[in-house]
Each structure stands twice: as structure tokens, then as C-alpha cells.
Design a protein. Structure first.
Length: 85
């Protein structure tokens, strides 16, 4: 297996973990558990961010273009109106 494939797999697994942590946080009323899950989610997000930067530097996937103000405003309007399609 190539390094690029391994990195993309780890990024995908980390993304899934972040989603699972988020769902678990929303479902718990135990503050100690919630705090622990939030910490785990935050660490996973930081890990994903750092690994993503490395993958980007190695050219494993391109950076998205930086959206200009008009593009951001159009997306914001669609999200506000609930018409993202």
C-alpha cells in the first residue's frame, strides 16, 4: 500500500471518529463523559488538521481554492435559506 493511500485512509478514519465523538457528545448528559469526549474530539480534529497539512505539502491532494467574498456570501445565503443543492 502506498503512503498516499495510507494517509487518506487515516484521514477518513479520523473523520469518522470525529463524527462518532460528536454524536456521542450530543447524546450524553453526563458532564464528565461529555468533557472527555470533547477532549478526544478536539485532539482528533487537531490530528486530522496536522496530517492534512502534511498530505497537502506532499501533494496527496490539492488545497481547495480560497473562496472570494462573493462565493462565501452566496454559500451563506443558500445555507440560511436552506437551499444547498
Amino acid at each position: 500500500m502506498k503512503e498516499k493511500d495510507m494517509v487518506n485512509d487515516v484521514l477518513s478514519m479520523t473523520k469518522a471518529s470525529i463524527g462518532a465523538y460528536t454524536n456521542a457528545i450530543a447524546a450524553t448528559s453526563n458532564m464528565e463523559l461529555r468533557t472527555s469526549l470533547e477532549q478526544l474530539r478536539n485532539e482528533a480534529e487537531q490530528f486530522q488538521y496536522e496530517l492534512g497539512k502534511i498530505a497537502n505539502q506532499k501533494g496527496y491532494y490539492p488545497s481547495p481554492e480560497i473562496a472570494n467574498h462573493q462565493d462565501r456570501q452566496q454559500i451563506k445565503n443558500k445555507l440560511t435559506q436552506g437551499t444547498m443543492s
